[in-house]
Design a binder for this molecule. Structure first.
Ligand SMILES: Cc1cc2nc3c(=O)[nH]c(=O)nc-3n(C[C@H](O)[C@H](O)[C@H](O)COP(=O)(O)O)c2cc1C
Length: 733
């Protein structure tokens, strides 16, 4: 499957380095805990900005025989090497205000030592250090390419923190966590690379040498250290380390390191013999260490630990995503030149291939010469008669990467015979440019004289298998292909099963296509809302059916179902009697819950699409109007009682019905009702009303076109304007 350059870089680098990255992250998690551990030891609870070095040294020298050095560690602990009255040398944490010893410095815990060696060199000395350094470098480019991929997914850097539209678990969380963790990971990678370059002396922090004049070594009357001007001016908050002279000879001196400078100080009178400011490489080395280890800030340590856990998750989820894309690999039975049917697929995430393979398998079963390929590989051979394009849309209404060159390549293709074509768009209505690329392909093919449309352009929302099956059977019918409905296009999800008891089954019609209303009561405690979905997978075919549910006052599920002559589940549900039980899974569908803030809601439904609205009408906080379309009064009858009651209780202000097959009545559809009420609808759009659409995709297309027309004529705004303001909610199938 062809792949965009950024994704290729991201993937290739992750492939070559994932083992080292996993090791470095695991040990990074352990090491990231060390600064938090140290912070908990409470040696560092003093306000070092207000304590001078002179006062601490004075207090310390009163309680200790000798001081060899004193330093402030990265966690703010004041550490000194002292010789006590018994002549023992110890490294101790001290109270900088009193000079009192707080604790003897413990040797580093073995787990941290082990993790540090593994993290730095994999126990392989310089070879390991080189590999780890290289891994940090590679991580930098993985993070960088990740930043480009997330920004592309979001439609630009500016939309970085815009909500991420629902996707499958791994791609969704890969992008979601990536948004938050890519920056810390970039910092980890950069600081790690810099530290490695230092280790291999590829960067040398060229510390300037002190210029020491002979005459500065003159011995003078010794003064008390606490009187030294430089020690009085240096606060512990700015101190790194002070080393005491080895001997009382004049050529020995105090070495004082602050955060920015290094001083050589005369041991008798405290005068500065030499001073120099650290070069930038030294400062970078210092900050790289702090940023890479989290020393000194437990908050940053926590971020580092989270980023390391994140890297492990990215490795796992990245491979999961790659695996699902790989499953888009194509195996053809015939050579392209011998085929009469060509299925071209545009896909980024691999799911469109599942649908294409279902069609391919059925055509092969029926003995057709069919070839399946990616859109970028378009080639029109002389025997070709039918071209089927199945494509997703990505980014901001753009082509998936394996279809980006399709239109350009198509221009170079010529054929003498006429080819029938059909375009099937896969997309999501959550994006403003629904199936935009498929539509672009449709118009490009329509404009070419040697292509002839075999079936009108169709779009599929949210990978609906039901909509795909309808399209496929329709296309096969038109071409007189006796196809069977495909099974197992996508693997059924594993959803926790709930036991439900049938409390009512309202059947008004008797026909094989009658609609009915089921009331199901969960046996245990189950939280759900009107608009959520019930997933039923019958043992016969393992294919999931989703039903939109309403929630009644008594916490029961209301499900409107249409019987299908050969429908396994619909016929089984139809014969359910009171107290019969069934098990089904609950799928949350947040995008189709009743909006809390809207003052007015316009509900538009056909047939069984009214199901979730029956629940929403139990206690709405806003004014609600319902437009319903169906064949005839009989089809409406299971819902009549509920809706009339809602009207009487004041929960439904307007109910308008359209019948398409009622005897003695003119055909009428939901969109006809909308046209009649055009100015009311236009005002509702203007007044921020939310429109909720539930029912067939055919109705959805027609209703959206109608709403767009009303919006343009009355409000001079396209429907997408209101869509981007979240005034449209849809659940169609
Ligand atoms: C990052 C991203 C951007 C998308 N952009 C659009 C879009 O602009 N228009 C649209 O209709 N669908 C969009 N979709 C939805 C996909 O086209 C849809 O889920 C499709 O079924 C994915 O098929 P695939 O897995 O074969 O790539 C987008 C999905 C993602 C993850």
């Amino acid at each position: 499957m062809s792949i965009s350059p950024w994704r290729l870089i991201h993937l290739a680098l992750a492939w070559v380095s994932f083992l080292f990255l996993a090791l470095a992250s695991l040990t990074g998690i352990i090491l990231g805990l060390a600064p938090i551990d140290q912070k908990l030891q409470q040696h560092n609870r003093f306000s070092l900005e207000d304590i001078s070095l002179a006062s601490t040294l004075e207090k310390l020298s009163q309680s200790q025989e000798e001081v060899l050095w004193l330093e402030v560690d990265n966690n703010g602990g004041v550490l000194a090497s002292v010789v006590n009255a018994k002549g023992e040398n110890q490294e101790v944490y001290i109270n900088p205000l009193t000079g009192e010893i707080l604790a003897v410095k413990e040797p580093e815990k073995p787990i941290y030592l082990w993790a540090k060696t593994l993290h730095r060199s994999l126990f392989l000395k310089s070879t390991g250090r080189f590999l780890i350094g290289l891994t940090a470098f590679v991580l930098f480019f993985i993070a960088l390419s990740g930043i480009f991929l997330v920004s592309k997914r979001q439609g630009g850097f500016k939309k970085w923190f815009k909500p991420i539209i629902k996707d499958k678990f791994y791609p969704l969380w890969h992008a979601l966590l990536g948004r938050w963790l890519l920056l810390p990971i970039l910092i980890i990678a950069l600081s790690g690379s810099y530290l490695s370059l230092l280790q291999f002396n590829l960067i040398t922090p060229n510390d300037a040498k002190h210029q020491l004049d002979e005459h500065e070594w003159q011995e003078s009357e010794p003064q008390k250290v606490s009187r030294f001007k430089i020690f009085n001016e240096t606060m512990l908050g700015d101190l790194k380390r002070v080393e005491f002279p080895f001997s009382p000879f004049p050529e020995d001196y105090f070495s004082l390191q602050t955060r920015t400078q290094h001083f050589i100080v005369n041991q008798f009178n405290g005068e500065i013999i030499s001073a120099h400011t650290y070069p930038i490489s030294h400062v970078l080395a210092h900050y790289s260490m702090i940023l890479h280890t989290g020393q000194g800030s437990w908050l940053w340590s926590i971020i580092l630990v989270l980023a390391s856990i994140g890297i492990l998750f990215f490795i796992y989820s990245g491979f999961k995503i790659m695996w699902s894309r790989q499953s888009g690999k194509i195996k053809n039975h015939y050579a392209l030149k011998d085929c009469t049917h060509l299925i071209l697929v545009g896909s980024e995430g691999g799911t469109t291939f599942n649908f294409a393979r279902a069609l391919y398998a059925e055509l092969i079963r029926l003995g057709k010469r069919v070839y399946l390929a990616e859109m970028n590989q378009v080639q029109l051979k002389p025997k070709l008669e039918h071209l089927i394009i199945m494509t997703a849309t990505y980014g901001n209404g753009e082509a998936p990467s394996n279809a980006q060159k399709f239109l350009k390549h198509l221009q170079k293709q010529h054929t003498s015979n006429e080819i029938g074509f059909t375009v099937l768009g896969f997309g999501s209505r959550s994006y403003p440019h629904f199936c935009a690329f498929a539509k672009e392909v449709q118009s490009a093919l329509s404009e070419t004289n040697y292509f002839k449309e075999e079936m009108p352009y169709t779009s599929i929302n949210n990978q609906s298998t039901e909509a795909f099956k309808t399209w496929m059977m329709d296309w096969c019918d038109r071409l007189n292909i006796p196809a069977r409905i495909p099974k197992n296009i996508v693997k059924p999800r594993k959803i926790k099963q709930q036991q439900l008891v049938c409390t009512q089954n309202i059947k008004k019609g008797q026909g094989l296509d009658a609609s009915f209303l089921l009331c199901l009561k969960p046996k245990g405690r189950l939280k759900f809302k009107s608009g959520d979905l019930l997933s039923i997978v019958p043992p016969e075919d393992q294919r999931e059916r989703l039903y939109s549910i309403g929630k009644s006052k008594d916490n029961e599920m209301l499900i409107a179902v249409k019987r299908h002559e050969f429908g396994v589940v619909s016929n089984w549900l139809y014969q359910l009697n009171i107290n019969n039980e069934l098990s089904a899974g609950l799928v949350k569908n947040k995008n189709f819950h009743l909006p809390k803030r809207a003052k007015q809601v316009i509900m538009l439904a056909t047939g069984t699409g009214v199901g979730p609205f029956l629940g929403m009408l139990q206690h709405p906080k806003q004014q609600v109007c319902l437009y319903w379309g169906g064949r005839n009064q009989e089809q409406f009858s299971p819902y009549r009682e509920h809706l009339e009651r809602a009207q009487q209780e004041g929960n439904l202000s307007t109910l308008k019905l359209a019948f398409s097959r009622e005897t003695n009545q003119e055909k009428s559809y939901v969109q006809d009702l909308l046209i009649k009420d055009a100015s009311f609808i236009a005002d509702a759009l203007k007044n921020k009303a939310v429109f909720m659409i539930c029912g067939s995709v055919v109705m959805q297309e027609a209703v959206l076109a109608c709403l767009n027309k009303i919006a343009l004529t009355h409000n001079q705004k396209a429907l997408c304007y209101y869509e981007s303001r979240k005034q449209l909610k849809m659940d169609c199938y």
